[in-house]
Design a protein around this ligand. Sequence first.
Ligand code: TIU
Length: 225
Amino acid sequence: MTPNTTISVEAEPYAFEFQPTTCALLIIDMQRDFLEPGGFGEMLGNDVSQLRCTIEPNKRLLSVWRARGWHVIHTREGHRPDLGCLPPAKKIRGRSPTSIGDQGPMGRILVRGEAGHDIIPELYPQFGEAVIDKPGKGAFYATDLHAILMNRGVKQLIVTGVTTEVCVNTTVREANDRGYDCLVPSDCVGSYFPEFQEMGLKMIKAQGGIFGWVSHSDKILAALK
Ligand code: TIU
């Protein structure tokens, strides 16, 4: 397989075709704050164990991308320690007794530089993999992700991570409006709510792939064999 080979992945609503040199694996917010107890996800009232089934399939995909030297980008949702990039509306939303910036068992919740804000050890970024710190749900808002992708000639994205209906969906919609094709492997994205997992994926692939394509990591790996 040469870097310019076109790879065809069985997907819905139809096959997703990509060339390795122009397609990045974009892993959204696989942070301790969302996947481990005591972080932002739990603060919102969620059972964080629900998301852990995404770790193994992401590991498998990431190891293949790394082994082949293809583009890998990670994102983290969070805020500056002075909370200068935290909209007051986001701070007070939910009326929780603890909120973003408050001290938790993994440090200050959703704050850059704290243990909880970092990516889980299983998927920890390697040297050369861009890490995008984003203040919002979408990975393009208030970040240099679009510039990084354009500078590298990336036109297509395989989007994984958490959560399906929040940061993954927002990012796929933002990417779609900027002209990127997005493929979402269903087993590599997770939600605290099974019904949102299902509908979040349906919304992407409906209407002829209105926002993108949906597949499974097994199908991506099979296409690479
Ligand atoms: N709450 C929830 O489902 N998600 C977020 O707040 N952020 C991300 O999805 N990363």
